[in-house]
Design a protein around this ligand. Sequence first.
Ligand code: PGA
Length: 240
Amino acid sequence: MKVIITENYEEMSKKAAEVVVELLKQKPQCVLGLATGSTPIGLYQNLIKAYKDGIVSFDGVTSANLDEYVGLYKEHVQSYAYFMRTNLFDHVDIKTENLNIPDGSKKDLEAECARYSAFLQSNPQDLQVLGIGSNGHIGFNEPGTPFDSKTHLVNLTESTKKDNSRLFDSIDEVPTQAVTMGIAEIMKSKKILILASGENKANAVYQTVKGEISESCPASVLQNHPDCILIADKAAAKLL
Ligand code: PGA
């Protein structure tokens, strides 16, 4: 794993954007795996700027998002579909028909997981962007998730609900389940870019880079990936 430590969030976001811009230039028809959460927002702002400055186009890009809450329609302001539209897709020239994200509002979630797995099977990511949970999760693959998992339904841990409650009016409003891309499907991406910012990620970053490869820290599996870049700001990297 290549580790890059930056001074702050802004520099982390800029360096991350450089990696994505390089891919978009080299392979305009790429499959781009994307993530939600606070961490990639700065990356997306840099990508929007690169698009507006005429440096890149998303016209040929197929997106593949990591996860979605169960029970939220894609118009819901807390859904990840809404997050992606407002933070990136509405501001670039990506085609609506090329946007892919699990649909957590489906009645038959088993069928939805199978559909999304089949999509990933035929459209493997050229690059997968990841954040990291304070418990080491990637996507919503919580500690204990098997490394060979495919897209599946998860019960969110208390720690994840607590972390995400800052974006809701109260912790009781945080959905209790999600559909997430599996760890095996993340690992199939040709390249992986994992971002971490802030002191509350320091332990998870340490376990990811220096800890043993174990399902108790899902992100530690990335040590096995042949082309993974971790960009962490100083605070997130402070235990390395
Ligand atoms: P965050 O979430 O970017 O909002 O910290 C990261 C994650 O849970 O993967």
